[in-house]
Design a protein around this ligand. Structure first.
Ligand SMILES: C[S@@+](CC[C@H](N)C(=O)[O-])C[C@H]1O[C@@H](n2cnc3c(N)ncnc32)[C@H](O)[C@@H]1O
Length: 225
């Protein structure tokens, strides 16, 4: 089949089939102890543009990538498990569920992995099973909710101004309730001048187009005030 046929063949696939046919089991560069269903260069999901996917009723497949901010957060938690051990954790904008899986391995008491993309929920369920861990999956938009989590982890969700403008005031408010908020991000312009400090940085040399260039500067941030 040519690429167009491959892309068209995605229409009407059930979510689990869409994911398994379009991903390969891959360990993210900074987190080799975790395996995820991730897109690869050869697979139609990667070859298709956002418009082609939208025409098939498929949203941007953020869940098929391990973003640099999520990788930084997952690495940080695995290196410093006390950050989450025994704590109630929310992984907000969880995508593949990478950060939630790291929190589970690090011994969090309870974990909610939240993503409004319903296909992400299926990807998380597959990745949860693959890594033999447990966490709850939530698809409602939790921005504005006063939850009872102790640690709020946010990997690469400030990717545009619209979401950042909604998300950041809520995250700051969570700190006033005593919640530890950790943001994984390569250092986007949007996050400047917000009173955030970088508390950890990680570096991986990237090779192919599938690997996020931002992995050369993957960081974890925290509010200072
Ligand atoms: C760039 S991906 C990052 C995924 C993952 N955290 C990582 O670092 O690999 C951002 C994710 O945020 C999700 N998202 C956007 N707005 C959201 C909202 N209001 N509530 C929950 N998830 C949201 C998107 O669906 C997407 O899966």
């Amino acid at each position: 089949m040519n690429t167009q046929d491959d892309i068209a063949a995605m229409a009407g696939l059930a979510p689990v089939e869409l994911i398994t046919r379009n991903t390969a089991i891959t360990a993210p560069r900074l987190v080799p102890e975790i395996e995820l269903h991730l897109a690869t260069e050869e697979l139609p999901l990667y070859k298709a543009g956002e418009e082609e996917l939208a025409a098939l009723g498929i949203g941007s497949p953020y869940w098929a990538f391990a973003w640099s901010g999520g990788q930084a957060l997952a690495r940080y938690i695995l290196d410093k498990p006390k950050t989450v051990t025994g704590q109630r954790v929310l992984d907000f904008g969880a995508g593949s569920g990478l950060v939630a899986i790291a929190a589970a391995i690090a011994g969090a008491k309870t974990i909610i992995a939240a993503d409004i993309d319903p296909i992400a929920a299926h990807a998380m369920a597959l990745n949860r099973k693959r890594n033999e861990v447990d966490f709850e999956i939530e698809t409602t938009d939790l921005i504005g909710v006063r939850g009872n989590w102790d640690v709020l982890l946010v990997g690469d969700v400030c990717y545009d101004k619209e979401i950042a403008d909604r998300l950041l005031p809520w995250l700051r408010e969570q700190t006033t309730f005593g919640c530890t908020v950790l943001i994984g991000d390569p250092g986007r312009f949007i996050l400047r001048d917000l009173g955030l400090e970088s508390i950890a940085s990680f570096h991986a040399d990237t090779t192919g187009i599938m690997e996020d260039n931002d992995l050369r500067n993957a960081r974890v941030w925290q509010f200072t005030d």
